[in-house]
Design a protein around this ligand. Structure first.
Ligand SMILES: Nc1ncnc2c1ncn2[C@@H]1O[C@H](COP(=O)(O)OP(=O)(O)O)[C@@H](O)[C@H]1O
Ligand SMILES: [Mg+2]
Length: 290
């Protein structure tokens, strides 16, 4: 589906003494199949923005359209479209509640009207996609590792077969292994499902390796929108708003500035944003192939 956000402004507690302007005049369009990363400092409005996409928050002004229909319309059509949005909140594992992993994931599809059998089938598939299989399906979700719990929660949303999957900081607070497993899961979802994805992230290495578009929020405004290469070429501006650039890009920029290289007459392109791209560029220096 196509997502169109138009001049979205949001004021929390409007009219009250503690009202706060969280989003100002944000506009962008996303086509089916895109993978966008949403980045920005804490408090920049990332969570506020994504909660407008399924109508959980209402714009103070502006609109959100799904396939041309305003999500906040009170029509059956708008309601059906809102259901096509799969929103995975931050720390979604706190919302697990059923006796077993499989039952927990089945809850959503059953609510959508699927039979017990159908619900189990789509739930097993969703769990496999996030790497949860075998006896783990019959375990209590509370007896899993932090990363596993989080993947079960993601499967719960996947099982409802959304067209647009939104993940709010899906790796927050996980150890390196839990983090890597979430990324693998996101990669598999990307490969196997024709879903659009919006991922909120603070990890620029993840953004560089996964996204094909980056949206940058600062103080409730969308200040950049482009490919990862375009956005990460603007390191100075990103640092000024408290954001990093991918570690590979940082390394290549430092390498390109080394006097020793210049003295030898070696030119290096510092545009690489992933380890793979950096490796390719460095091998070029040696005149060899990977
Ligand atoms: N429920 C709320 N009530 C009032 N202000 C809020 C609420 N939620 C968020 N805010 C404020 O809105 C701004 C954006 O917050 P948020 O969307 O959570 O940012 P992010 O997800 O990028 O950290 C912040 O200034 C935050 O304090
Ligand atoms: Mg947030």
């Amino acid at each position: 589906m196509q997502l169109k956000v138009e001049k979205l402004t949001h004021i929390y507690s409007e009219g009250l003494p503690f009202e706060s302007l969280a989003m100002t005049d944000v506009s962008f369009t996303m086509e089916q199949g895109e993978f966008a990363a949403l980045i920005g400092h804490t408090g920049s409005g990332k969570s506020t923005l994504i909660q407008h996409i399924n109508g959980l928050l209402k714009p103070t002004s502006g609109h959100v359209y799904l396939d041309g229909v305003d999500v906040n319309e009170k029509s059956p059509e708008a309601r059906a479209l809102r259901r096509r949005i799969g929103l995975v909140f931050q720390y979604p594992e706190y919302q697990l509640f059923e006796e077993t992993v499989l039952k927990d994931v089945c809850f959503g599809p059953k609510n959508l009207g699927l039979s017990e059998e159908e619900a189990e089938e789509v739930s097993r598939e969703a769990l496999a996609l996030v790497g949860i299989t075998g006896e783990k399906l019959e375990r209590s979700p509370f007896n899993l590792s932090g990363g596993e719990k989080r993947r079960v929660a993601i499967a719960g949303v996947l099982a409802m077969d959304p067209e647009l999957l939104i993940l709010d900081e899906p790796t927050a607070g996980l150890d390196p292994r839990g983090h890597a497993e979430i990324l693998d899961a996101v990669r598999r979802i990307r490969e196997k499902k024709n879903m659009s994805i919006i991922m909120v992230s603070h990890n620029m290495d993840d953004v560089a390796s996964l996204a094909d578009r980056v949206l940058v929020l600062e103080d409730g405004r969308l200040i950049m929108d482009g490919s990862p290469r375009e956005i990460f070429a603007r390191g100075e501006e990103l640092r000024a708003i408290g954001l990093e650039i991918p570690s590979a890009k940082d390394f290549m920029e430092k390498l390109a500035k080394m006097p020793a290289l210049k003295e030898k007459g070696l030119e290096i392109d510092d545009g690489a944003i992933t380890i793979d791209e950096a490796q390719e560029e460095i091998l070029k220096l040696f005149g060899s192939k990977a």
